[in-house]
Ligand binder design. Structure first.
Ligand code: HEC
Ligand code: HEC
Length: 204
């Protein structure tokens, strides 16, 4: 009697695993990778504790995969992430990206004195300087555009955002779609970068 109950339970759990299939396995693989490898810098749930490391929690899955591929190929140059990405297979990139995209990004705060200018740039751009509105691509709430793999900016560390804008402006980071971010960043002054980044850090 006892053994048949155990057998029944075994069969039930096999059916459960069978139904959940590869998605279940991929999800736990992503969580394991995130805990064992990425958490040291990006935090256990993708909310890094210092601005030197970008937050990955709530970032778009397609954009995380795109970034990992760019680091792996060296198209986006960063020595730390270059070596991290070398160890990841496409399936691992997919599952770790899915894990982070499902976490909740911790909110940040904006410096009050930058809000007015930052919001103006984000919503309306700077037509006289040829800068388009950031929200046209990054979304009205700065949440990004998943199908297009455009990154979420809302809640991200301001000093990380400024560093990326500077890298785009100097051509150290080359953006997709014929360098659209290079074209935009080179038209922003350092003060404007700082203002829009501070506004974005506080956007939620
Ligand atoms: C030793 C520290 C360290 C570890 C461990 C690490 N990263 Fe990073 N990661 C960084 C740094 C630094 C950057 C910023 C690079 C830059 O400035 O371009 C970064 C950037 C990224 C970005 C780009 C984010 C964006 O907004 O563009 C992604 C995606 C990423 N890491 C994913 C991962 C994943 C997935 C893992 C685990 C497999 C991982 N990282 C492990 C340090 C680390
Ligand atoms: C025409 C579309 C478009 C517009 C407009 C645009 N962006 Fe972007 N932005 C992108 C794309 C695409 C990327 C990703 C580039 C890549 O990884 O190759 C990006 C990336 C970024 C990043 C890097 C994010 C990260 O996590 O590393 C920052 C910062 C950024 N944009 C800020 C801005 C700001 C500020 C504005 C407005 C002044 C703006 N963007 C306007 C398309 C756009």
């Amino acid at each position: 009697m006892k053994s048949s109950v155990i057998l029944l339970l075994c069969c039930m759990s096999l059916v459960a695993i069978g139904e959940a299939g590869p998605a279940w396995a991929a999800a736990s693989k992503g969580a394991t990778l995130a805990q064992n490898v990425c958490s040291a810098c990006h935090g256990p749930d993708g909310n890094s504790l210092t601005p030197s490391f970008p937050k990955l929690a709530g970032q778009g899955q397609a954009y995380i995969i795109h970034s990992l591929e760019d680091f792996k190929s060296g198209h986006r140059s960063n020595p730390i992430m270059y070596s991290m990405a070398q160890t990841l297979t496409p399936a691992e990139m997919d599952s770790v990206a899915r894990f982070f995209s499902k976490q909740k990004m911790s909110p940040g705060t904006a410096n009050r004195k930058f809000v007015a200018l930052g919001q103006r740039i984000f919503r309306g751009g700077l037509p006289k300087q040829g800068v388009p509105a950031c929200m046209a691509c990054h979304g009205p709430a700065g949440m990004g555009n998943e199908p297009a793999a455009y990154p979420r900016l809302a809640g991200q560390w301001a000093s990380y955002l400024v560093a990326q804008l500077q890298d785009f402006a100097h051509g150290k980071r080359k953006s997709t779609n014929h360098g659209m971010m290079n074209y935009i960043a080179v038209r922003l002054t350092p003060a404007q970068m700082k203002a829009v980044a501070s506004y974005l850090q506080g956007l939620h």
